[in-house]
Ligand binder design. Structure first.
Ligand SMILES: Cc1cc2nc3c(=O)[nH]c(=O)nc-3n(C[C@H](O)[C@H](O)[C@H](O)COP(=O)(O)OP(=O)(O)OC[C@H]3O[C@@H](n4cnc5c(N)ncnc54)[C@H](O)[C@@H]3O)c2cc1C
Ligand code: SF4
Length: 576
């Protein structure tokens, strides 16, 4: 069967909608931006009633059916930016527990050793355990109460340009069938013509990627590097872990060649006797063996005696996966230009030494809001005004936090032992001896199968599909069922493979089709086909996709582009 990919339909009129500011993506960054902008406008209008600004034409576009449904995180919240955005937020926000105990363990195959001291970046006392899904829903309520419209179920599918100026966003066409033809319920996307477009799409944003490519924004920067976090939520019997207890692990099942680690956060569901455990494993997307499967890594991790004991008698209740940008300060693109700004994970505001980005996403959203506000007041949305966002970030505590860890991830390029040593050096020398350590894109580390041990060698326990015992461990499809992901089935594939011949002729032989392994949702399959050069052909199950973006990042030939499917489709990360 020929694969048909989503692409813009020709000769379609798109209704126009004027906007002052459109924020693409309603995660913590986008919601904070909307809320701060609203506060600034309210304050301005109170002081200058004669030159009042309207909030009517400020919109947030969110591809999920409901705010928060596509948001997945650990999550521990560093409250710093929320205290600035909404002083006293602790009294009403959905915060599950205050962290009062943290520990870091090093795991060998069967042993576990607690580090005598929790390294400073992982000290979490006073932070909050949250469900990012519930937290973002709550923020969305605040944004709407402030009079700003959130369009849920609408994805930004293209940026609109006038020369080099971004002039708005086209939303997704609805009602397009598998053959990329309009159905009877076809509705063209809107052209939201905006004075300011704020990209808040989270990790590996699809519009952000278009913008970065169009203007070659990453030239002179370190390429962005990523990890993928695979997460399960468990209900465990009382007494296993306290609400507010935090455990990080290093080591097993990864070898010294891979980068990554696990988190275990204890919290409590109102009304349930047992504890809720948020547990996940982040695998750096710079591993060597194309057979490595991050979902398998999590399953192997849970079989470690230390973890198995914690989960024994418990029940897995939700599953999901998402990539996260690791590159840090040197991988930030320019943050603003003619008509646009980039905030949150879309830019790469994440402190990978702390596995934290929510507070930075929020702060970057607030600073972008201050910049957009200034632009609206001055009626100048050119680079002259929006460019001040860059300066605002550089003089804020975002810089103070990210600068000392600017070379953190690069320090691990020669494996874990060298990485630990570099981390200590960077602690002592404020980010290391060198200003900037270069890096390269993680997928370049993938080695051809012919150069790797056929039996997997020391990595064998993480390669290929996990089998699962349906109690402690799960195969991918069982896990996937718990992500609640759902898409309109009759639509073209939103994973654009630019040349499927590469999949069938080259990748299957050279790398063994790693898409089957790195995708945590079984979207990619190599099916038997006697007419294909190696007897296998690529096939897709796009309806399984959980929007983690790993395929867009990690395929060795860089021929996959993730674009948003019809708005509303995707995972259902209730409580995640
Ligand atoms: C596994 C994992 C664990 C983590 N743990 C922690 C933690 O414990 N503490 C912490 O502080 N940080 C943690 N982080 C990082 C943190 O989650 C992110 O830094 C933060 O969520 C970024 O916020 P954001 O608003 O930029 O992006 P997101 O939270 O990703 O939100 C982006 C939103 O935009 C929407 N969107 C995307 N593209 C489009 C489009 N084209 N059109 C419309 N809508 C779109 C998405 O559906 C989503 O709702 C973790 C991340 C991961 C993946
Ligand atoms: S298809 Fe791509 S974005 Fe979707 S779940 Fe798989 S790897 Fe993630």
């Amino acid at each position: 069967m020929t694969l048909v990919f989503r692409k813009p339909l020709p000769n379609v009129e798109h209704p126009e909608m004027p906007a002052d500011v459109v924020i693409v993506g309603g995660g913590p960054a986008g919601m904070a931006c909307a809320l701060r902008l609203s506060q600034l406008i309210d304050d301005h209008n109170a002081r200058h009633p004669k030159s009042a600004l309207s909030k009517e034409n400020i919109y947030v576009l969110e591809k999920a059916r409901e705010a928060g449904q596509h948001c997945l995180s650990g999550a521990l919240l560093d409250p710093r930016s929320m205290k600035e955005l909404l002083p006293g937020f602790e009294n009403e926000a959905p915060l599950d527990a205050v962290v009062h105990k943290d520990a870091v363990y090093f795991l060998t195959r069967t042993g576990h050793y607690q580090l005598p001291l929790t390294p400073p970046p992982l000290q979490d006392h006073g932070n909050y355990v949250i469900s990012i899904n519930r937290f973002v829903k709550w923020l969305a309520g605040k944004v709407e109460a402030a009079g700003i419209t959130i369009f849920t179920g609408f994805a930004g599918s293209e940026l609109l340009y006038d020369g080099d100026r971004v002039t708005g966003v086209r939303t997704d066409d609805k009602g397009v069938d598998k053959q990329n033809q309009p159905k009877s319920n076809f509705e063209p996307g809107y052209d939201v013509k905006a004075k300011v477009v704020v990209l808040a799409e989270g990790t590996r944003g699809s519009l952000t990627k278009q913008l970065i490519q169009k203007f070659d924004l990453m030239k002179d920067r370190n390429p962005q590097t990523y990890g993928v976090g695979v997460k399960e939520l468990w209900e465990v019997p009382p007494g296993r872990i306290q609400a507010g207890e935090v455990i990080y692990t290093m080591g097993y099942p990864l070898t010294t060649k891979e980068y990554g680690g696990a988190w275990i956060y204890g919290s409590q569901n109102p009304g349930s006797k047992g504890n809720i455990v948020s547990l996940g494993f982040v695998t750096g997307l710079d591993y060597r063996d194309p057979r490595l499967d991050p979902q398998h890594v999590l399953q192997t991790f849970k079989q470690h005696p230390f973890i198995a004991k914690l989960l024994d008698g418990g029940k897995m209740i939700r599953y999901g996966a998402k990539s996260l940008p690791y590159g840090g300060w040197w991988s930030l693109p320019p943050l603003a230009g003619e008509g646009w700004m980039i905030i949150g994970d879309s830019a790469g505001f994440l402190n990978s030494a702390r596995l934290k980005g929510i507070h930075l996403a929020i702060k970057s959203g607030m600073l972008a809001a201050e910049t957009a506000f200034e632009a609206l007041v001055k009626s100048d949305t050119s680079t002259a005004t929006l460019g001040k966002f860059q300066r605002r970030v550089e003089t804020s505590w975002i810089h103070d936090e990210l600068w000392p860890v600017r070379n953190f991830h690069q320090g691990f390029k020669n494996g874990m032992v060298a990485g630990m040593f570099n981390t200590v050096l960077q602690e002592v020398f404020d980010g290391g001896i060198r200003q900037r350590v270069p890096s390269h894109a993680g997928h370049e580390n993938l080695k051809p199968l012919a150069t790797l041990p056929a039996d997997g060698g020391p990595e064998a326990h993480m390669l290929g599909p996990a089998k699962g015992d349906s109690k402690l461990t799960f195969d991918k499809l069982t896990d996937l069922y718990h992500s609640g992901t759902k898409h309109e089935e009759d639509q073209p594939a939103h994973l654009l493979i630019h040349d499927t011949n590469i999949c069938n002729d080259r990748c299957v032989k050279e790398f063994g089709s790693p898409c089957q392994n790195f995708c945590p949702a079984n979207v990619y399959e190599m099916v038997d086909d006697a007419t294909a050069p190696h007897g296998k052909r690529i096939s897709l199950n796009p309806a399984n996709c959980v929007h983690c973006k790993t395929c867009d990042i990690q395929d060795p030939y860089q021929i996959i582009t993730w674009v948003p499917p019809e708005g509303g489709g995707g995972p259902n990360y209730d409580g995640m």
